[in-house]
Design a protein around this ligand. Sequence first.
Ligand code: SF4
Length: 235
Amino acid sequence: MKSAAEVKAKSDELEAQSPEHILRYAFATFPKIAISTAFGPEGCALVAMAVAIEPSIKVFTVDTDFLFPESIELRQKFVDKYRLNLEVLKGAVTLEEQNRKHGLKLYERDTDTCCALRKVEPTGRALHGLDAWIAGLRRDQSKTRAGIEILELYEREAEAPLIKVNPLATWTRKDTWNYLHAHDVPYNALLDQGYKSIGCWPCTQPVGEGQDERAGRWGGQKAECGIHTFMAKKS
Ligand code: SF4
């Protein structure tokens, strides 16, 4: 698939298919493929589902140096339970270098720069050389995700375009939890303490009943860190 029209046609065809079917299609179609996850509930479901189909699938995650201890514990649980082929990436600019250049607690003054250094840069590096990238986004997570497609084509500088695969695009939050419970998949202990979406501890708060599930991120000032928006989608 080279053109945006071809990708869109295949994406539309996959719309009614299960996430497992979409994963099987992606594994059979793209030789260089990986899953990115921050081990949120969707990522946990997606990774458990993927390793049941392809045990050696490459998974990568970013350690921003600001993760909750519960998130690090969950990451290790996945490695132990699923013998995960996991790569843990850190920013090329260390936290010490960031503090020297930008001062302590950059997240209090400039979340875009902090996210760019600690999340987007290592994610971009991990995507280098891949044909396709699988992510656990759902359309009903937030307004910013409502328009995602099952397959998306992204332009890259000096590299062939990248296909992004969103097998859970049509899932609801309930679908995610049904899967986690039905398959005994580990999840972050903070999700039982009022958190609905978990990122870095300085930028994550629990949310009230009925609030948007990403409302607890960045004090509601933004809904995305940039890893899902830094490339230009080809349409
Ligand atoms: S979520 Fe907060 S602490 Fe984490 S990288 Fe972004 S601004 Fe920095």
